[in-house]
Design a protein around this ligand. Structure first.
Ligand SMILES: [Zn+2]
Length: 185
């Protein structure tokens, strides 16, 4: 049992996504957000930044990326960091720093505990995504968007690489500084 995972799932299920959230996320992604359970993180202005998606999408499709980045400014900033080589740097750091490696493994475990708790409460089968988290965890950094989404949904300290990425892109994106464009709405 992971108390933080339980608390996070409680929070998501206490405020399930409503029609308006779903409509905004649909515009952010350019597609209907199937299986969206809740908005997991919001900009200070209230717009969704990351969503929580159920482990099994309607139609029985397994979906491992439980925390999904949707905020256009956040998505763009993560892409810029990736293009600038942030993932090479983080993979090098992981290789060199045992403490970081351990914290990253814990982020993976927290991700799985969160999804397991969601699966239990929603009655979703996890068989096809057992042990799979997101973003390259637990050993590699492959997608900053996924790691950043975990950090935004679960808060500081949940994912050390997500924390680093958030700090790195602070001039371009921060959940505490609204840079949302009017046309996101
Ligand atoms: Zn905003």
């Amino acid at each position: 049992m992971n108390a933080l995972a339980t608390r996070l799932v409680d929070r998501c299920l206490a405020q399930p996504a409503d029609e308006r959230d779903i409509a905004v996320v649909e515009r952010q992604l350019g597609r209907y957000p199937r299986g969206m359970v809740a908005v997991g993180a919001r900009c200070v202005c209230g717009r969704p930044l990351a969503v929580v998606t159920r482990p099994l999408l309607p139609g029985g499709i397994p979906f491992p990326t439980t925390c999904y980045l949707t905020g256009p400014q956040a998505v763009k900033a993560a892409s810029h960091a990736e293009a600038a080589g942030a993932m090479y740097e983080y993979n090098d750091r992981l290789a060199a720093d045992e403490e970081l490696r351990r914290a990253y493994e814990q982020a993976h475990a927290l991700y799985l505990a969160f999804r397991h708790e969601l699966a239990v409460r929603l009655g979703d089968d996890e068989e096809h995504i057992a042990g799979i988290s997101a973003g390259g965890m637990p050993t590699r950094v492959k997608c900053l968007h996924a790691l950043l989404a975990q950090t935004l949904v679960m808060g500081p300290g949940a994912n050390p690489i997500g924390d680093m990425a958030l700090e790195r892109i602070a001039d371009e994106f921060s959940p505490t500084v609204c840079r949302c464009a009017v046309d996101d709405e």
